[in-house]
Design a protein around this ligand. Structure first.
Ligand code: FAD
Ligand code: ZN
Length: 477
């Protein structure tokens, strides 16, 4: 990889300015600031310029200049990523290429059930465009008001509806990508069947901007549910939550779109730090499940089904107390609690060590117990800020150490906490990064836990597509 510690020269920035126009380049320090620090405030880099192209041809022109001048590039979407992947390095040797101006929905095809949008489209705008055509784009996550579809694709984002609709990767039919040398791959096909050789789009999905710049995507749309039902349930422990999931699947099958497990400690951070939030159930319980059903049919029938499932679960003592949302506003308030947890974690005064892990769904309770015991043996005051997508076997298994004040040293010492968790994840055949990616924060884990064969294949792909090492250097590999 090149040494990127020298800053980008004024002549390179001038060439780029000629390609994208003066409104497409930011260089004043105050303008650059939002682009060089990540959402969590953990990573801060520097850059001489943020380039904001208006269309694919401009992205291609910028990449051509960068290839000719050996200028490295950090692609950036909504900058909501959790692993520092969209932040330039401290050396200031890279330009940031921000896709925000490329925010048009290009086409909605209700018969083909597809939507084509530019990469800088905010996720919520895509959801809205689908709804306007009486369709559903099911990707949904707490950052949907600011993350962009290009960032979702590049991180293969998960979110709350994976249980029914899959990850971002499962929602894509075609991509348009600008390659590191400036060539454009026009792969915006809306085909559900196309076995004409290697499926190249999957290389760029989840690549965290290290292989190409995604400039547009053709996405799958689904029928828009006519009815929804939402329940907040208190459960004794994760084992009961797992049995509840099985029971609900028997009663409601694939009408379950979300099934989230939440530890009480996670909610305590929300109640402390997010104004207007409160406990929907009076009595305290150690664990909760938030579930959502969706159906094309009648709302009262769906609700009746949910009530029947809940009654069985109460009789079997899988659920100890529950609230069913009476209307959309109440459902939104329940989801607001769940979606405020990352913000609560961000505002917590002491260190939160974050782990975005996956193991087989059936082994989740055992994993939670074993990892908790291992953490408590080393850190007696640890609290589990554990929440996430039980139905996908994916938990945000965060360890909160109230006595360890936030500091760079505490962040640097993360490995004593994280290795305790990841080594157990590894024994379970799990993943140390289920939906957030590698970025900067998990480069060492990738080297530690991936096999030499996998690492070698990944390096081979990287070198084949980006031989100069221009795209997002230092990230992932
Ligand atoms: P950025 O953060 O800007 O970039 C992410 C990566 O993609 C970087 O490597 C960047 O270089 C690259 N990139 C961005 N755009 C492009 C492009 N056009 N071409 C090539 N590379 C590009 N994630 C989940 O998976 N599930 C969740 O439930 C979830 N909940 C969240 C809740 C909150 C409150 C927050 C703040 C974040 C959450 N996230 C979640 C993480 C984050 O929102 C997702 O990773 C999101 O997909 C990132 O999109 P972005 O546009 O912000 O990308
Ligand atoms: Zn998540």
């Amino acid at each position: 990889m090149n040494d990127h510690t020298t800053t980008v020269s004024a002549s390179v920035i001038e060439k780029i300015r000629q390609a994208v126009g003066p409104q497409g380049v930011l260089t004043a320090a105050a303008d650059l600031d939002p682009y060089v620090v990540d959402w969590r405030g953990v990573y801060r880099g520097t850059t001489a310029a943020v380039v904001r192209p208006a269309n694919t041809a401009e992205v291609a022109a910028v990449m051509k200049i960068c290839a000719e001048t050996c200028t490295p590039v950090v692609p950036q979407g909504g900058n909501t990523g959790m692993c520092g992947a969209s932040i330039p390095s401290a050396g200031g040797g890279e330009i940031v290429l921000a896709l925000a101006r490329m925010n048009r929905v290009l086409e909605v095809d209700p018969l083909n059930n597809t939507l084509t949008a530019e990469a800088g489209c905010v996720l919520a705008a895509i959801q809205q465009a689908a709804a306007d055509a009486d369709r559903l784009f099911p990707l949904s996550l707490g950052a949907e008001g600011s993350c962009q579809i290009g960032g979702n694709l590049s991180t293969n984002a998960g979110g709350i509806n994976v249980l029914r609709y899959g990850n971002t990767r499962d929602l894509v039919l075609g991509l348009e990508v600008v390659l590191p040398d400036g060539r454009i791959w026009k792969g915006l096909r809306g085909l559900r069947k196309d076995n004409t050789g290697y499926d190249l789009k999957h290389l760029f999905i989840g690549a965290e901007g290290t292989l190409g710049i995604i400039t547009a995507a053709t996405l799958k749309l689904f029928p828009r549910p006519a009815a929804n039902a939402t329940a907040w349930m208190a459960v004794r422990d994760p084992e009961a939550a797992l049995q509840l999931l099985a029971l609900m699947r028997r009663h409601c099958n694939d009408r379950i779109t979300a099934f989230e497990l939440i530890s009480r400690h996670s909610l305590e951070l929300v109640w402390q730090h997010i104004p207007g939030t409160r406990d929907p159930i009076g009595e305290p319980h150690p664990w909760y499940v938030l579930t959502e059903l969706a159906d094309a049919g009648d709302e009262s029938a769906l609700r009746a089904d949910l009530e029947r499932a809940l009654e069985t679960a109460l009789n079997k003592e899988l659920v100890v107390d529950a609230v069913i949302a009476e209307n959309h506003t109440q459902a939104q308030a329940l989801w607001h609690l769940r979606e405020s947890i990352p913000e609560g974690v961000r505002q917590a005064p002491a260190m939160v060590y974050r782990h975005d892990i996956a193991v087989a769904v059936g082994r989740i309770p055992e994993f939670i117990r074993e990892a908790q015991a291992a953490l408590e043996a080393r850190f007696p005051d640890v609290q589990l800020i554990c929440f996430g997508h039980l139905g996908d076997g994916n938990l945000h298994y965060n360890a909160y150490l109230p006595d360890r004040l936030r500091s760079d040293a505490a962040a640097r010492d993360a490995h004593d906490v994280t290795e305790t968790v990841y080594d157990i994840v590894q024994q379970y055949g799990g993943s140390f990064s289920a939906e957030h990616g590698i970025g900067l924060s998990k480069v060492a884990e990738l080297a530690r836990y991936k096999s030499p064969v996998e690492l070698d294949l990944m390096r081979t792909v990287k070198h084949a597509l980006d031989p100069q090492g221009l795209l997002n250097p230092g990230k992932v590999l």
